[in-house]
Design a protein around this ligand. Sequence first.
Ligand SMILES: [Fe+2]
Length: 419
Amino acid sequence: MQFDRLHEFPIKEFHNVPRGLIGAGAYELVGVEAKNLGFKKTLLMTSGLRGTDIVDDIAGKLRHQGIDVVVFDKVESNPKDYNVMDAYQVYKDEGLDSFVSVGGGSTHDACKGARIVAAHDGRNINEFEGFNQSTNPVNPPHIAISTTAGTGSETSWAYVITDTSDPENPHKYVAFDDRSIATLAICDPILYYDLPTDLTAFCGFDILAHGSEPYVSRLDFPPSLGQAYTAVEWTNKWLRKAVAEPHNYEARTGLMWAHYIAAQAFNSGGLGIVHSISHAVSAFYDSHHGLNNAIALPHVWEYNLSARYERYAHLAKAMGVETKGLSTVQRAEAAVEAAIRLADDVGIPKNFKEVGEYSKNRMNEGVYEGKGRQIKGDENDVERISKHILGDSCTPGNPMEVTYERMKPVVRAALSGSR
Ligand SMILES: [Fe+2]
């Protein structure tokens, strides 16, 4: 076992994180910070943040410092390749020099992609799938402001894009690229107050996945373990409260820190097949990343358990389980039970087939139009999702070996089984 791990990941790699401004009021510094970074004409990217005045507020702060702002508000959830290319086109046509992304992971990811495209004379974003595929180290500067506690994209080297070049077989991929990291990350819990409660819950499970996956990963990166554990602990501690009381400052702040450090944990510590399943379901149904993680997570913990009993036993404690008197295996099993309890408490659907309407739901819009709003969960889904998992950049980090045949029952259970 030890030999296998040495063979697979002989050298650990630390990936940088950008400078960050974190805390209540941090976003108000965006104008001054942009000016200090030399922004003159910037592309403000967003999904629109309907129902809030956050975009106008931030554009105003930039303009107040004499910076021209062009708003691109067409980023979709699970950003598509064409979102990235359209944003780049506006950046180029308007002669801009910098980027500001305001939103959750989709907006930051599309923005990171647009910067990579800008640094490579408009080459198609899908050419950069994989690890460090960009060749030009000089990107336009980028301030990333998060309006959700979940993604961590503002501080990570990852961005996730859906390749729609074959509409019958869309492919959602992760690009890990040291050159994609933002210039400045801004996290401000006040901006989360507008996040609907269902999305708060979904994003919370993105944090739980970002924390737990590096904690058990084959990469086994020691500097990530403390952050990963604390992220799980704080998510469990604050998520119920943030869902119950969206304007609870302590809960929103607790989740902000959990999100920030969880992303830094996986940045060098890797992810696993909670994310691989999640990407596959989004590729085919455009469903919310955090929602997918939330449904997949207990099944994946269960699947991985015997490969990492001890680590999952630690996570039981982080999940608030009273572990005194329990064996390691019992504690590990209790971690799964605690994750299920959390999912139940914050209103996560039991399986993918039970996913109904939720806030800002985009399922089956755009390129997916006309395919129906429900996740089918039939054997065709089981097969295509299991296949998609095998090609995901997050899969090699998973502690338990992943094969097509072994994935099928896990995927089947997540699609239509009980937790
Ligand atoms: Fe994620």
